[in-house]
Design a protein around this ligand. Structure first.
Ligand code: GRG
Length: 292
């Protein structure tokens, strides 16, 4: 991992995922498929954001660990469904054959569904808060960001834009909804549980919006110029499916410049914070510099 990535936090999340993973094993096919995708690596970027955003307000990582793990469940669910033949039809994810390739489409769909339910079971059953209304608030934010006003809505426009010349505004819509909203909700979830005020949440929301946009721009760039072996997913997948991407709509060099500017905007939003935003600033740099 590069120096700016909080490796200790990532390892803590790995431990949390193992600790909270359901203990029952029947029917074994579904637990195997869930565990195959959940424990196949990944940066744990969104879960790291939950922890690091809570830390700005002096909260220990352990305090928000159930929610951080739940966020990773939802993210893994979205990857499993995204890879399905009916959606992106991808063979490789995190350097391994995709869930449906190993377990079949039927079990992969259900593994995604089960991870989504488990996520909300974990937050509503295990997460604690000084004020329990903050738990309901977090559930609401994550459900909104992963639903029709977020990931699902963005994904629908993404699919319907394949092979079509989309304008820059539609492209922004896809990126904001498909990727940005959930990254924003992850940052906000940590801060909400840590007791952030509305003003503090506004600053972090600004940071997260820029971060989410930059994350998808660099994802598009890596799909053009990345290395399949490092990325763990097939480079050129967007081109093959004639997807709307930043390099396609704006050109590769312009997309790189946009990512740079967006990250600089994200960093600027942290300047008004009272707490220590240095790890969040490092994560913004990571998004710009990443090669996986
Ligand atoms: C499953 C909520 C849900 C909705 C179904 C399939 C779908 C609709 C939405 C897809 C959303 C999606 C997969 C967006 C792409 C986001 C993205 C850039 C994923 C890659 O994330 P990384 O790089 O992956 O963090 P790792 O492997 O590191 O976790």
């Amino acid at each position: 991992m590069p120096s700016k990535y909080p490796e200790n936090t990532r390892l803590l999340i790995e431990e949390g995922l193992r600790k909270y993973f359901p203990k029952t094993r029947r029917p074994k096919e579904i637990y195997e498929a869930m565990s195959y995708s959940l424990f196949s690596g990944g940066k744990r970027f969104r879960a790291v954001l939950v922890v690091e955003s809570a830390r700005v307000f002096g909260r220990d990582p352990e305090f928000v660990l159930p929610t951080a793990c739940a966020v990773e469940y939802i993210h893994t669910y979205s990857l499993i469904h995204d890879d399905l033949p009916a959606i992106d039809n991808d063979y490789l994810r995190r350097g391994k054959p995709t869930c449906h390739t190993v377990y079949g489409e039927d079990v992969a769909i259900l593994a995604g569904d089960a991870l989504y339910s488990e996520a909300f079971r974990l937050i509503s059953g295990v997460q604690e808060a000084d004020d329990p209304r903050r738990i309901i608030w977090v559930i609401n934010e994550l459900a909104t960001a992963s639903g029709v006003a977020g990931m699902v809505g963005g994904q629908v426009v993404d699919i319907k834009s394949e092979g079509v010349d989309v304008d820059a505004e539609t492209l922004d819509f896809i990126h904001e909804k498909k990727t940005g909203e959930f990254i924003k909700a992850s940052v906000r979830a940590g801060a909400i549980l840590a007791g952030a005020t509305e003003a503090e949440l506004d600053l972090l929301t600004g940071y997260a919006k820029y971060l989410g946009l930059a994350f998808q721009i660099t994802d598009d760039i890596l799909d053009e110029i990345g290395d399949t072996a490092v990325l763990g997913k097939t480079v050129g997948s967007d081109k093959r499916q004639e997807k709307a991407t930043y390099p396609k709509v704006h050109g590769l060099e312009a997309a790189k410049e946009m990512a740079k500017l967006t990250i600089s905007n994200a960093r600027d939003m942290l300047k008004g914070l009272n707490g220590d935003g240095s790890v969040l600033a490092g994560l913004a740099d990571f998004v710009y510099e990443r090669n996986y």
